[in-house]
Structures are given as structure tokens and as C-alpha cells.
Design a protein around this ligand. Structure first.
Ligand SMILES: [Zn+2]
Length: 202
């Protein structure tokens, strides 16, 4: 969803834990700012992951400014869906790799020598630009760290936040499932045990 803000009125308004409206403003100083909130979510996730400050070099661009700086006519920056970011002390490539992990099947990721372009378009686009834009297949390289599951809470947390979502709406079922699963070190086995118990076949 895109919102329109006023730099003057809303500039200091917080959009997420670490980002405020003014950081997304057009660099020509104009007042109107379009921001897609999905973009804010993705950038905040990158911020949280690296735990380092992010500088937004350029986010929203009105059509006039975009044309002036030679941006693509259908640039996602015009729609408030793109940001060129620098994560303090992290290479643009590492940022691209983590963005790839966050958006494997959608969005735009462009790797530039000194920043990473991130956008939340519906389709998937990947490119490198060292003076000339070249389409690439993607930015593989980030691997989710394997986390040791220690407690029942960890297991439920993994299930709720991972790809394998199951609904645990009955505490007794969850306790029973966790009791059955507690000696099993393999995550997929844990998942199936929980799934069966919660769904009534365990
Ligand atoms: Zn860009």
C-alpha cells in the first residue's frame, strides 16, 4: 500500500522502528512524498538483520526530478516503491544477498558499486550496474543460520515464523506435541510430529 505524505507536516513521523518519512523524500526538496509501506518493511528487516545504520541515498522521486537525473521513465522510485540504500560497514553485495533471501520471487534488486537498489514491484527483477545495466539471475549467497532448537518456545517460534506454518490453537495439543518432539533433533521430523498431533493423527 502506498501513502502520500507531506515533508513539512509528516517529515518526523516514524514509519518503523528506525525510519521516518523525511528519509524517503525526493532530493529536490519538494513537499509531496509517496511511500509504499511494503518497502519500509523490507528496509527495516535489512536494518534489523545487520544491526547497522542505513542511509537512504534516494527513495521517492517525482517524475520531474527523475527525468532530470536521467532515471528510467518507469523507475520504481516514481511510485515510492524503491530505495537506494547503504548499510554502514556492509558491502552492497551482502545487502543484495540478504534482500534476495527476503524476496526470492519478487521485487527488484540492483547492485551498484556503492549502494544497493531495493524495490517492491510485484514481479522479479535483478541487475548489476557498474556504469552499464546488466540483467543477472539473482544474488545467491545468504544462508539462513541453522538454529539449535532448545525449548518448546523456540520450536513454536520456528514453526510460526518459518515457512512451515501450522496453527497451534490448543495449548494442550501443543504441549503434547512438544513432549513427543523433544528428543528429535531434526527440524522436519519435529514439524511433522507437531503437524500430526495438532491435526489429530498423532
Ligand atoms: Zn534505485
Amino acid at each position: 500500500m502506498s501513502n502520500t505524505y507531506s515533508l513539512k507536516k509528516d517529515g518526523s513521523k516514524k514509519l518503523s522502528a528506525n525510519f521516518k518519512v523525511s528519509e524517503f523524500a525526493c532530493k529536490d526538496g519538494s513537499d509531496s512524498i509517496i511511500i509504499d509501506l511494503e518497502l519500509v518493511k523490507v528496509i527495516q528487516k535489512i536494518r534489523d538483520h545487520f544491526g547497522k545504520a542505513i542511509t537512504i541515498n534516494s527513495a521517492y522521486r517525482n517524475a520531474t526530478y527523475n527525468k532530470k537525473i536521467g532515471g528510467a521513465s518507469k523507475s520504481q522510485h516514481i511510485y515510492g516503491k524503491a530505495a537506494d540504500i547503504v548499510v554502514s560497514g556492509v558491502s552492497p553485495e551482502k545487502v543484495a544477498q540478504y534482500a534476495e533471501y527476503l524476496m526470492p520471487n519478487k521485487g527488484g534488486i540492483g547492485l551498484y558499486p556503492s549502494f544497493t537498489h531495493i524495490d517492491v514491484r510485484a514481479n522479479r527483477a535483478r541487475w548489476k550496474n557498474n556504469g552499464k545495466e546488466i540483467a543477472v539471475s539473482g544474488f545467491a549467497g545468504y544462508k539462513e543460520p541453522t538454529k539449535k532448537l532448545e525449548t518448546g518456545n523456540d520450536i513454536i517460534w520456528e514453526l510460526m515464523n518459518g515457512k512451515h506454518k501450522i496453527k497451534i490453537d490448543d495449548v494442550n495439543k501443543a504441549v503434547k506435541a512438544l513432549d513427543k518432539a523433544k528428543d528429535n533433533p531434526d527440524f522436519m521430523s519435529l514439524y511433522w510430529i507437531l503437524y500430526k498431533v495438532v491435526n489429530g493423527n498423532g
